[in-house]
Ligand binder design. Structure first.
Ligand code: DC
Length: 229
């Protein structure tokens, strides 16, 4: 069977990773969460005191880039890849509000983007890949066979994310989550390097009113059309 690349882009917290993981499991493809890569570099910058609420030493980060290793390793228990920073599994440390608050600054640095895009292209050489992010169908894989652009009402996204963080025990208010989502939407769409835009040939899935199963069914229908072409 033809292997393809499925590129999934869209706004923060609209379930891109959930859908991407489910497609990858259904097809036995590799799944890569590129947001996790930007989060990993953010964690590096926070740990090395290059980044805080009132400071960002961009130049030092750029100089450190050759020494920063971001990679993935497949976890067969969880059925998906996990993110590693310099050999350390950092999955548990990159999803909280602290990294979320700062990640947009890191994602604007063109040298960071260039490094991560190169890694992302290397991973997809053999196809059989589902990758999600903001610039996958436009920059990383402009020739991807299937491009999905995901969206959902911002209040619904904030509510879902709030419940997720609460379940993890994060002490955070709904307003904080809502503000973080709207400001990241703004940063993602307005940055000068590789902003979030819908590719002309992307199909749009708005999951405000549909279930996980429904969105998976829709996506797999498109996948099977592309594979049989
Ligand atoms: O998908 P996410 O929320 O985990 O992504 C974290 C941040 O990284 C998000 O604010 C935008 C940025 N990002 C990006 O600029 N390009 C990508 N391909 C993926 C994420």
């Amino acid at each position: 069977m033809n292997k393809i690349i499925v590129a999934i882009d869209g706004y923060s917290s609209c379930g891109k990773s959930t859908l991407a993981k489910e497609i990858a499991v259904a097809l036995n493809y590799i799944y890569i969460d590129t947001g996790a890569m930007y989060r990993a570099v953010t964690l590096y910058a926070l740990r090395n005191k290059l980044l805080s609420n009132d400071k960002f030493d961009k130049q030092q980060l750029i100089e450190s880039l050759p020494q920063i290793s971001v990679s993935f390793s497949y976890n067969s228990t969880l059925n998906h890849s996990e993110t590693y920073l310099d050999g350390e599994n950092i999955e548990g440390q990159i999803r909280g509000i602290e990294v979320s608050r700062h990640v947009s600054k890191i994602a604007q640095v063109k040298e960071v983007r260039a490094k991560l895009v190169e890694i992302q292209r290397e991973i997809g050489k053999e196809k059989g890949l589902v990758m999600d992010g903001r610039d996958i169908g436009t920059v990383v894989y402009p020739n991807a066979e299937l491009k999905i652009f995901m969206t959902a009402d911002y209040k619904i996204r904030a509510q879902r994310r709030f419940e997720e963080l609460q379940a993890k025990g994060d002490d955070i208010s709904y307003e904080d989550v809502l503000n973080n989502i709207t400001s990241r939407d703004n940063d993602d769409t307005s940055r000068s390097v590789n902003p979030l835009i819908q590719a002309d040939d992307a199909i749009v899935i708005d999951n405000s009113e549909i279930t996980r199963d429904e969105q998976l069914k829709i996506a797999l229908q498109y996948v099977s059309e592309k594979i049989s072409q």
